[in-house]
Design a binder for this molecule. Structure first.
Ligand SMILES: NC(=O)c1ccc[n+]([C@@H]2O[C@H](COP(=O)([O-])OP(=O)(O)OC[C@H]3O[C@@H](n4cnc5c(N)ncnc54)[C@H](O)[C@@H]3O)[C@@H](O)[C@H]2O)c1
Length: 666
């Protein structure tokens, strides 16, 4: 059977032979055994509804066994044998170009070189699912292959509810992931309802088909370091010769040394897991490795003296680095942490004084002791950082719950008011006021031809647009423009593509729109050989309400509401998005964030021009309007500027009460 025929058949009419467990692939951990006996029966009944009754006698025991072995029913037997990767769009059977593009994006999220646990349909973050099981994948691909531009496919947490008649301007796909009645959004609720097969954790770009590999995090970390560097620069000097200390060379954290090199500093990144260090070293993402603290000090001092751009891994615990650098008087300009502290008791953070193997053993055989040691390490970790910040180090939390867990462990990490932490999160000080408030966020695109030549042309077109815009940009946004021009110029050389031919950069509404118009023109006149998909990370100006991350620099109390993300997804859906998605969870955890995104296919038509102008404008300015209402000065500046340019935009502006008046009232 050809690839196209396999896609078109959906769930096969003959049972495929069972699959053996492939040990060469990275698998998801066994999930919690959380269902009661009655609930397990319900989970099997739920799984069997995808198949005709004649298969049930064979599949029933098999699914019961999967539930027992893995804690979930993945339906492994139905995983297709063809290779998963972002093919050229024309290799997919389709009647709608939009639907064809979505198939490319889905297959990229399940590509073995991209996805973390491809056989369990997990793209990243340990539980970021594209689908819950293989039946959902097969049905969705069949629907996408056969649907027209007069239908919309509705996907409930991976389950394709079906095709409903709509119209050509409507999204072709509507995705929801993990949307719960609010009282059912605790960690164990995810375990239970996911095991029942009725919901999934979509992370941000996993369940929305918008993941582009590690490039996104490299760019975000580069922008954070560059802007962090500017905050501490006394005379506008660069990061040359300055030291950045952090921990973690894992999935996302592994981007830190590469970003440090692009930003032009000396990065020292500690990692306890030798395998993670070796992997990043062999990939060229870290330049040098040492496990000797004296050698590390000497190497860093030399790099400082020579203003060398270099990244050095310390094979060991990060607490040792902070303590040693204090003793040896190595001044650290920038500090952060990217251990997995959203998961402190199960391998996200390792105690000092034990080898990696000893720690893993303790975690399983004596979990109480492990917990005690982790807490003691967090206290030491914070103490060591405090010694550096007194000397002038700028330390920030990088969205990994370091400050939260250190405070829970009783570390000296609270500010004098006892409410705030001593140190800011990166969104509070850097990303929020410097980028999001001005509308700058992680815009991305993917070439549906799969051809690197197309990507090179889009890079050039985007660079031309930004250089042109920069001539007229107000001083407030010049720096962001310059950073992104530098990024796009170095993108080819930095070899950032893993999986689909994709690119990310930060742009505001005007930049995103002009770049999209240039791409659509190039598709129309044939300079680009196939359509281009536009999208973005959910980690952006408008799409995500998350009080400890994306909306951490909102201080009017509304950071605990999720109206912005909901308006965004509804607003994008009728302004031209090809698909939209809204998720509970992502990054900071289930119940902690509502985040949404979109995909928009540029097929070279006048319709695409109309849609992109209307949708991208709203997709960015919705969030700026909300940030401006929260009295964020950058956002007030940006939305006023937009209103001057766009007469039909009328945003309610805040009046500012004087501090003296408010203080006099109580
Ligand atoms: N701010 C953002 O935009 C952003 C983006 C991605 C991830 N994150 C957060 O960053 C964290 C890391 O993500 P990841 O995907 O890299 O996770 P990961 O688990 O793959 O990597 C973390 C690494 O830290 C190492 N580590 C743990 N304790 C250590 C210690 N005491 N000393 C030295 N090394 C230690 C682990 O061995 C592991 O390799 C997560 O909490 C994630 O949510 C934030």
């Amino acid at each position: 059977m050809t690839f196209k025929e396999e896609i078109l058949q959906g769930i096969p009419s003959q049972l495929p032979t069972p699959k053996s467990y492939d040990t060469t692939v990275n698998h998801a951990p066994k999930r919690k055994d959380i269902l009661s006996k009655e609930e397990k029966k319900l989970a099997i009944r739920n799984a069997l509804r995808y198949f005709p009754e004649e298969f049930h006698a064979e599949l029933g025991p098999e699914f019961a066994n999967e539930l027992k072995e893995y804690g979930r029913i993945y339906m492994h037997r139905f995983r297709p044998d063809y290779k998963f990767y972002a093919r050229n769009i024309n290799e997919y059977p389709h009647q709608s170009v939009h639907a064809g593009a979505i198939m490319v994006m889905i297959q990229n999220n399940l590509d073995h070189t991209v996805a973390q646990h491809p056989h369990e349909l997990i793209t990243y973050g340990g539980n970021g699912a594209v689908f819950q099981n293989w039946a959902q994948y097969l049905l969705t691909m069949q629907y996408l292959a056969t649907m027209t531009d007069l239908q919309t496919l509705h996907i409930y947490s991976g389950h394709p509810m079906g095709l409903f008649p709509s119209n050509k301007d409507a999204p072709r796909v509507i995705v929801t992931n993990g949307m719960m009645i609010p009282n059912y959004s605790k960690q164990d609720d995810w375990e239970k309802f996911n095991a029942l097969g009725v919901t999934q954790y979509g992370q941000m770009t996993a369940g929305s088909y918008m993941y582009i590999g590690p490039q996104g995090i490299v760019h975000g970390t580069t922008i954070t370091l560059l802007n962090g560097g500017r905050m501490i620069a006394k005379d506008g000097e660069s990061l040359a010769g300055k030291v950045f200390v952090s921990a973690g060379l894992g999935g996302m954290s592994g981007a830190q040394p590469k970003a440090g090199n692009i930003a032009g500093c000396i990065s020292v990144i500690a990692e306890v897991n030798p395998k993670a260090t070796t992997t990043r070293h062999s990939q060229g993402w870290i330049d040098e490795v040492t496990n000797d603290l004296d050698e590390l000090v000497a190497r860093v001092n030399k790099a400082k003296a020579d203003k060398e751009v270099v990244s050095i891994a310390y094979q060991g615990n990060v607490v040792e680095v902070w303590e040693k650098f204090d003793e040896a008087n190595v001044f650290v300009e920038l500090g952060s942490d990217q251990t997995s502290l959203h998961n402190p008791w199960a391998g996200g953070y390792y105690p000092v004084g034990y080898s990696y193997g000893e720690s893993n053993e303790m975690m399983v055989n004596d979990p109480e002791k492990f917990k005690k040691e982790v807490k003691a390490t967090l206290v030491k970790h914070a103490d060591a950082i405090n010694k550096h910040t007194v000397k002038g180090t700028y330390f920030f939390d990088y969205g990994n719950a370091f400050l939260l867990e250190a405070s829970r462990a009783g570390a000296d990490i609270m500010a004098e008011n006892g409410i705030d932490f001593k140190y800011p999160s990166y969104v509070q000080d850097i990303m929020g006021p410097m980028c999001f408030d001005y509308g700058f966020g992680p815009f991305r695109w993917v070439c549906m031809s799969g051809d690197p030549k197309d990507l090179a042309l889009t890079d050039q077109l985007a660079c031309d647009v930004l250089e042109e815009l920069m001539k007229e940009s107000p001083v407030e946004i010049q720096q962001q423009m310059a950073d992104n021009i530098q990024w796009i110029k170095g993108a080819q050389e930095n070899k950032l593509v893993v999986g689909s031919q994709a690119r990310i950069l930060y742009a505001d509404a005007e930049g995103r729109t002009k770049i999209a118009l240039a791409f659509n023109r190039a598709v129309e006149d044939g300079r680009l050989s196939a359509p281009v998909v536009l999208g973005r990370d959910h980690h952006d100006v408008s799409g995500t309400d998350s009080p400890f991350r994306e909306t951490a620099n909102i201080y009017d109390g509304s950071q605990f509401t999720a109206d912005m993300a909901i308006h965004n997804v509804i607003g994008d859906s009728f302004r031209g998005a090809s698909w939209v998605s809204i998720h509970n969870g992502g990054g900071v955890g289930w119940g902690e964030v509502i985040n949404g995104g979109f995909g928009l296919v540029l097929d070279g038509t006048a319709d695409a021009n109309r849609k992109l102008k209307n949708m991208l404008f709203y997709d960015v300015n919705n969030g700026i309007g909300r940030r401006s209402w929260a009295r964020n000065s950058g956002a007030e500046f940006a939305i006023k500027r937009e209103m001057e340019r766009s007469p039909s935009l009328k945003v309610t502006m805040p009046n500012h009460a004087s501090d003296d008046l408010i203080e006099s009232l109580f």
